[in-house]
Unconditional design. Structure first.
Lengths: 332, 320
């Protein structure tokens, strides 16, 4: 696996892209109505057609759902890489900044106000997530620089506060408790093209860090060393933090809080590709997308017509894989 | 940071555990107490102890008719008022909104979080509890010396039986029988209307995000069948399970009914991804039904049943 890192990053990226292509094909082909490859091809080439149930299932229900899952998985994985490396802490996931709890609070307010069937829940979640980012940001800013540890502590504190408020709302409006709990667990059920449009906004934010891989590599050696090597530390940190925050807020706003992907995908990819960001970032993006598409596929097919919350599946799929790779990585 | 993550994981685990327990409890109820509550014949006499079997299968014995009743669910409150035991009600829940008089009752908390100390403070001689999340409450209330009747019917007829039982316990049997007769008459009328008609496949939405439905072994499932519908949600298991949108579109319901608690509106339902192709949408058979007449196992289920029949088989109602 270190050989992979030495031979350059392109084989890894191409392999990950291939895996994602297969996962997308599986995600689109399988479901309560299973499609053969030729049917799949026929549906894709025909485009959305009125008056055909199978076509509606494919274009209106399955396609947007698979796309949202892929984008959310990629966004969480990229945010995870950025935050783990900025905080120099392997236990970091995209949710430590408090952005997800803020988003959850926004969504809960939307649910309690019964704005359920408008895009309002998504809008409120984005507002809540970005609002939290601003608060945490202001708390961590000292004389023009961002103190990473204050940021982390402020994030955790705001996280607790937002969760406490969510709990209060849940108890005050307990006829909505089920909806809130399901939202918090995360799901891609019923996601349509409107959600795809929101999720598509993550793409520039996923691409942006790819232009800062050298700076990110150097930052791994500590801020002081990075300064000595001529990296504009504060500017880079700011850019990366905002990127990770926006990615998390967008991902959470369309899918709820899905565990494990943002924590584990970066680690798995580091074990396979090494810590260099030129390989780590793009492969994490592709691997996060693949894992999420497969997890969503399992969540909607295993006990159909019921659905398992996708966060449960990401954990079931990711945890054994991660433990296996950790053990293998030790030995190598 | 480790603590938050662990905290979050613990919370998630607790949540899933709670949900799992809830699901198991619901399905257990579904299989266990399907036999409708029945009363022992000796209960009919006014003097002497009154014994009935409640919807959890437990025997409830009162030495004399109840005089102070606490209700732990809006449906139970409706039953008490309908059978003429309104003046015996000493407390209800914060969601009680029918009949009008029930709103003025002292509150013991709500359906999900009844306050045991509050309940005890009224020293009721009968507590009308609900099933599901209130399952554990019974032993606590009984330990405090209270008599508990669990209202948790799984069918329309089971609801009628439970109303008659409560009437016996409250000593208002004649009024309860009158309510039961009205409900039975509504059922007979609906059955006559839809007899001979092909059952229409029907989806009943309890919640939209996630999509939840009424599964098998619920009185809603039973009422859909009586009203001449075929409940698509029954395949998803007992209780109120979540339901795959893809399967819904594949099964293509002829009638789509949203419980008003889902906060959905027909115009919005028609616009959901993939719904444009549904037969129910094309035929204009997408409805919203008031949740208090379909989701509360009480006297107004009769009204709910008639509404369901009108929605599922409008042609039958128009013909008469």
């Amino acid at each position: 696996m270190t050989k992979l890192a030495r031979t350059g990053v392109w084989p890894g990226i191409l392999l990950a892209a291939g895996v994602l292509a297969v996962c997308l094909a599986l995600g689109l082909a399988l479901g309560p109505v299973s499609l053969s490859l030729s049917q799949l091809w026929h549906l894709v080439t025909a485009g959305p057609v009125q008056g055909d149930l199978e076509n509606a299932i494919f274009w209106e229900i399955r396609m947007p759902r698979v796309l949202v899952a892929a984008l959310v998985g990629g966004a969480l994985a990229v945010a995870g890489v950025i935050l783990q490396d900025l905080f120099l802490n392997p236990l970091t996931d995209p949710y430590v900044t408090g952005v997800s709890s803020g988003a959850a609070l926004g969504a809960t307010i939307g649910i309690v106000l019964h704005w359920s069937n408008l895009p309002w829940i998504t809008v409120l979640a984005i507002v809540g997530g970005l609002g939290t980012l601003v608060i945490v940001w202001m708390a961590a800013r000292r004389r023009g620089r961002i103190d990473i540890f204050v940021l982390l502590l402020a994030g955790v504190t705001i996280s607790y506060l937002a969760s406490a408020l969510v709990t209060v709302l849940m108890i005050k409006a307990n006829q909505d408790m089920t909806a809130i709990i399901y939202w918090l667990m995360g799901s891609f059920s019923g996601r349509g093209w409107g959600d795809v449009r929101v999720a598509l906004v993550t793409i520039p934010f996923m691409v942006l860090p790819l232009f800062f891989t050298r700076e990110m590599d150097i930052l791994l050696q500590g801020e002081k060393r990075a300064l000595e090597l001529g990296v504009e530390v504060e500017r880079t940190k700011r850019l990366l933090l905002v990127t990770a925050g926006v990615l998390t807020a967008l991902a959470v706003s369309v899918s709820g809080i899905i565990a494990f992907v943002g924590l584990v995908v970066p680690h798995i990819v580091r074990l396979l590709m090494g810590p260099g960001h030129r390989g780590l970032l793009p492969v994490s993006l592709l691997a996060g997308a693949s894992l999420m598409v497969i997890a969503d596929l399992l969540s909607r097919t295993v006990i159909s017509p019921n659905e398992i919350p996708v966060g449960v599946v990401t954990t079931f799929v990711g945890a054994p894989l991660f433990v296996y790779l950790l053990r293998r990585g030790r030995r190598a | 940071m480790t603590t938050t993550r662990i905290g979050r994981l613990t919370a998630a685990l607790l949540l899933s555990a709670t949900l799992a327990v809830g699901v198991i409890a619901l399905s257990a109820c579904g299989s266990g107490s399907d036999t409708t509550a029945s009363s022992s014949p000796s209960a009919a006499s006014a003097a002497g102890p009154i014994t009935v079997t409640d919807d959890s299968g437990a025997q409830v014995t009162l030495d004399q008719p109840a005089t102070k009743i606490v209700s732990l669910a809006p449906a139970n409150t409706e039953i008490a008022y309908a059978i003429g035991a309104g003046d015996k009600m000493v407390a209800g829940t914060s969601y009680d909104d029918y009949p009008e008089a029930a709103k003025a009752l002292p509150k013991i908390g709500d359906f999900a979080n009844p306050n045991i100390e509050k309940i005890a403070s009224y020293s009721p001689d009968l507590v009308l509890a609900a099933g599901g999340i209130q399952d554990k409450l019974r032993s606590k209330l009984e330990a405090l010396g209270m008599k508990v009747y669990v209202v948790d019917p799984k069918t329309y007829d089971g609801t009628i039986a439970t109303i008659e039982n409560v009437g016996k316990l409250a000593g208002t049997e004649a009024a309860a029988t009158a309510v039961a007769d009205t409900m039975t008459a509504a059922e007979t009328e609906v059955q006559a209307k839809v007899s001979g008609l092909t059952p229409a496949s029907t989806f009943l939405e309890i919640y939209s995000k996630p999509l939840m439905t009424a599964g098998s072994g619920t009185f809603i499932d039973d009422m859909i069948a009586i009203a001449g519908g075929e409940n698509i949600g029954a395949q998803a298991g007992a209780g109120f399970p979540n339901f795959s949108t893809e399967v819904l579109v594949k099964d293509d319901p002829q009638v789509y009914i949203a419980d008003s608690g889902s906060m959905s509106a027909p115009g919005e339902i028609n616009k959901r991804p993939g719904f444009g192709e549904l037969t129910a949408v094309k035929d204009g058979k997408v409805y919203v039904i008031e949740d208090s007449i379909i989701a509360r196992p009480g006297p107004r289920l009769a009204e709910g049943l008639q509404k369901l029949a009108e929605m599922i088989h409008p042609e039958a109602s128009a013909a008469q």
